[in-house]
Design a binder for this molecule. Structure first.
Ligand SMILES: [Zn+2]
Length: 121
């Protein structure tokens, strides 16, 4: 059997994509365990951030734990406010972020946003 082998050697690597060079500086700051806040773009060790995870099956969005696409946010009112207002978390996760998630983050900032429920009448 004399099969002719068709060897295609034309697969060239696409030239390196030019990314404008505008964000080249910030990428240098990205160390392995560093993450970036979705609101203010500040880079810090991932322990310094809240982690919001979109769980892979079901696209449920939850806090702190789980496998899936995650987004990071500074534990600060300004970043949380911006993230909620501009839907930064939703954009980063490509999923709807439930209001309860934002509410629980606000509670982390100020444990008693309303009147103290233990307050006697
Ligand atoms: Zn931030």
């Amino acid at each position: 059997m004399g099969q002719i082998h068709h060897n295609q050697h034309g697969a060239r690597h696409t030239a390196a994509l030019l990314v404008g060079g505008k964000s080249a500086l910030t990428t240098q700051l990205m160390k392995p365990n560093y993450r970036r806040c979705v609101s203010c773009r500040q880079v810090a060790p991932k322990e310094a951030f809240w982690r919001v995870v979109r769980i892979h099956p079901g696209h449920q969005v939850q806090l702190d734990a789980g496998m899936g696409r995650s987004a990071y946010l500074c534990p600060q009112a300004t970043c949380l406010k911006a993230a909620q207002k501009k839907n930064r978390l939703g954009q980063a996760l490509r999923a709807a972020v439930p209001l309860e998630l934002y509410q629980s983050l606000w509670q982390r900032l100020s444990p008693a946003p309303f009147a103290d429920p233990q307050c006697p009448k």
